[in-house]
Design a protein around this ligand. Structure first.
Ligand code: UD1
Length: 453
């Protein structure tokens, strides 16, 4: 039985909420709790396919991407059930079987995670079908690194009109792979494939995001042998078989950073339960430089302003740099800073489109689609770079806006809460991809809004 993919932005509802009327100008105050990271939970769920015994994942967030992966596992014969505590899921892979292409296609939703099923399915079944992938519209988001790596492991890739079919007639063997860029997804692809490939895999220029380190911890619990060396090198010694795991997911640092920026933008005070300092060091530095104040506590972090907001220059980057998912909510706060801020987007080629709506609301933001050529840099320029120059402070006013993608959509809602007057924000259902119980959290923070439909 598969679970229907739903977009639960409200507590205990299966209702898709697509439009909000938001009345802004009121600071957000209160507590929100963040659970397991979307960017770990979904990958750890795919890893359950590799085990010969059941796995338990704890602190699984109730997100539409999680629902997509759950249904894809179920169509492949994995039995998924509630675990022994709220928010935990168990996965029994003993009945893994091939699924029909149409069925896989119907359950893949708008997520990009299905590409990570390749290695585990090739090991278990000798073949895999991956439909054309969705995900947020933030650039081309190609899968060439994934396919090149899979070919090096010995997979045969066949392109079909509706997706790709992979097979491994001679099994998969360890490979030497150098990623052209430290892609998060491609690193995970290599890890999930190499752990059971015959021989040793050497991965160079790997991504080292905290969620990847947590996935390595999951795989080690399953019996994998993975060593992490300096300079983005990971060695994986393939093993004959893996068992299930019991693991509590790392917290969602992207959601935590989002609420921190919401406190900054609305001049409120938000305690983010479950947030930890270690994985957010880079964010916290920028937050402080922008005029934010935070207090690290045992069970979370308290965020608010520390007087007037100040302009900052930020470059998004792979870990340990400033994560690309952090920039959009921060940009809303920067519209309220006194002076000129610059945000260089170096990870994706099309992640500044969300600023159009902020300009409509009164912000002074100029996007340079090919980046800024001049000025001191920490990160080397990338071909696909964009830059946004934000001059503030500018009062924001309500507007009718359409959410473009997950993080951009969050920033629109925060902008509407910062603005004077009423905004109509449509397409908010997309927020259920990354924010659990989003409307309940807004309510808990005192936001003034109505659900239109
Ligand atoms: C993951 C995160 C996302 C985050 C991103 C960067 C998940 C579910 N999503 O996305 O929140 O913003 O990392 O930290 O974990 N690229 C290629 N070819 C490929 C793969 C990637 O050119 O085969 C490029 C992308 O177009 C992009 C860059 O590499 O410019 C980074 O992408 P990647 O790190 O792979 O992001 P995702 O894993 O999709």
């Amino acid at each position: 039985m598969s679970t229907p993919v739903r977009a639960a932005v409200g507590e205990g509802t299966n209702v898709t909420v697509s439009e909000l009327a938001i009345r802004g100008g009121r600071p957000l105050r209160g507590r929100v709790d963040v659970k397991g990271a979307k960017n770990l939970a979904t990958k750890a769920m795919v890893a359950t396919l590799l085990g010969e015994t059941p796995s338990t994942l704890r602190d699984v967030p109730d997100l539409s991407d999680v629902a997509v992966v759950r249904s894809l596992l179920e169509v492949h014969g994995v039995q998924v059930a509630e675990g022994d505590e709220p928010g935990s899921l168990t996965f029994d892979p003993s009945g893994v079987e091939s699924a029909h292409m149409e069925e896989i296609d119907a359950h893949a939703g708008a997520s990009r995670i299905p590409i990570l099923f390749c290695g585990p399915l090739l090991h278990r079944l000798g073949q895999a079908f991956i439909p054309d992938l969705g995900g947020c519209r933030i650039g081309d988001r190609p899968i060439d690194f994934h396919l090149d790596a899979l070919r090096k492991f010995g997979a045969v890739v066949e392109k079909l009109p509706s997706g790709i079919r992979l097979s491994a007639p001679d099994g998969l063997r360890g490979a030497s792979i150098h990623l052209p860029y430290p892609s998060v997804g491609a690193t995970e692809q290599v890890l999930l494939t190499a752990v059971r490939a015959k021989g040793t895999t050497e991965l160079r220029n790997a991504a080292i995001e905290p969620e990847i380190m947590d996935l390595i911890a999951v795989l080690q619990k399953m019996g994998a042998i993975i060593s992490y060396e300096p300079n983005r090198v990971i060695f994986i010694e393939g093993v004959e078989s893996l068992r299930g795991y019991d693991h509590r997911s790392i917290f969602d640092r992207n959601e935590a950073a989002s609420w921190a920026s919401a406190a900054l933008a609305t001049d409120g005070e938000i305690f983010v339960g479950g947030a930890r300092q270690q994985e957010m060091l880079t964010f916290l530095n920028v937050f402080r430089k922008a005029g934010g104040w935070f207090d690290i506590q045992e069970d979370g972090i308290l965020f608010r302003r520390d007087g007037e907001l100040k302009p900052v220059v930020v470059e998004t980057d792979v870990h340990p740099g400033f994560m690309t998912d952090w920039q959009q909510p921060l940009v809303v706060a920067l519209t309220q800073a006194t002076g000129r801020s610059i945000v260089h987007e170096t990870v994706y080629e099309n992640r500044m489109g969300f600023t159009d709506a902020l300009v409509k609301m009164g912000a002074d933001i100029v996007v340079h689609p090919h980046g800024l050529q001049d000025g001191p840099r920490r990160v080397a320029r990338r071909e696909l770079e964009q830059a946004a120059v934000i001059t503030g402070p500018t009062p924001l006013h309500g507007a009718d806006i359409v959410v473009p993608d997950l993080r951009g959509g969050y920033s629109h809602v925060i902008a509407a809460l910062t603005a004077q007057g009423e905004s109509r924000v449509s397409g908010v259902d997309i927020l259920s991809r990354g924010y659990e119980k989003f409307l309940d959290k807004l309510t808990a923070l005192g936001a003034d809004f109505d659900v239109i439909r």
